[in-house]
Design a protein around this ligand. Sequence first.
Ligand SMILES: NC(=O)c1ccc[n+]([C@@H]2O[C@H](COP(=O)([O-])OP(=O)(O)OC[C@H]3O[C@@H](n4cnc5c(N)ncnc54)[C@H](OP(=O)(O)O)[C@@H]3O)[C@@H](O)[C@H]2O)c1
Length: 297
Amino acid sequence: MIVITSPTGHIGSRLLDILLETSTRSEELRVIVRDPGKLPEAIRSRVDIVTGSHGDADVVDRAFAGADAVFWLVPPDLYAPGLDAAFSGFTLAAAKAFTTHDVGHVVGVSALGRGTPVAGRAGQVTASLAMDDLIASTGVAYRALANPSFMDNLLWQSISIRDDGVFTGTTAADLEAPMVATRDIAAAAARLLLDRSWSGTGEVAVLGPEDLAPNDMAHTMSEVLGRPIRYQRQSLDDFRAALTARGVSDPIATAYVDMMHAKENGLDDGVPRTDATASPTSFREWCEQILAPAVRA
Ligand SMILES: NC(=O)c1ccc[n+]([C@@H]2O[C@H](COP(=O)([O-])OP(=O)(O)OC[C@H]3O[C@@H](n4cnc5c(N)ncnc54)[C@H](OP(=O)(O)O)[C@@H]3O)[C@@H](O)[C@H]2O)c1
């Protein structure tokens, strides 16, 4: 049996679709979800459901009984009192339950950056790598999906793209970096969860097909949306102020600033793109299939 956390999120919902499409009938699927009503009716009848948060000990204790494999994703928490609480703190109960229930394999969503000089001061990425170490220390077979920034982050800006033709970011307009579509992360997770011939611990990078600079993204968005879209660079101070104005807690806002500073200084440059680390969805395809409908909605 495979247990899927965050089945209503970007990655988790796509993963669940793939597993329902491709897994054999003998592979049971169980989801942990806070509100089962958020799952489509057709899915509710095909999976075992444990209701609650996967950060809670009693919930993971029930969910991991009889589990062969777990898909692990820490929910973004903008209001957390601290970064460790948000990542390793949230994962602690599950890490204990992996051992108690003798779970064989875990696939987790994490970030690129391990081994780079800036990895120790990279906010959410530093915390995510510490979470990977916590899971690996339990002795479970573990693969961390090491991701760059998600293309899907642009959906947070769909109103400003639609109304003003502008998207903002903190990196230089011509700084190229990898970017990945969440659907490619889900596909990578599905492959690892269905073929559990791997052992030990390690990372699987999911880099997308090409490096992109914000100016390249503006060009592609303009072509796909049929109107000019421009990139506006924001200082890290303005970025922090915008986060704070939205109610983001101080430690989490600081972490975002540290992460973006680290991205400007090589955080995502440590893993070369090869056939094994590239993933298929191009930014243009993502814009055509995901961004354009969201902006026009
Ligand atoms: N964004 C990036 O560029 C980037 C890069 C590298 C790694 N990551 C990592 O990717 C992950 C985000 O993935 P995503 O985009 O698929 O997430 P997402 O779409 O934001 O989904 C979050 C999921 O977590 C659930 N959730 C929220 N709060 C919860 C709580 N307190 N307890 C239990 N479940 C809760 C949500 O369920 P409900 O329906 O109940 O709200 C939803 O299923 C994070 O771990 C982040 O660190 C992100």
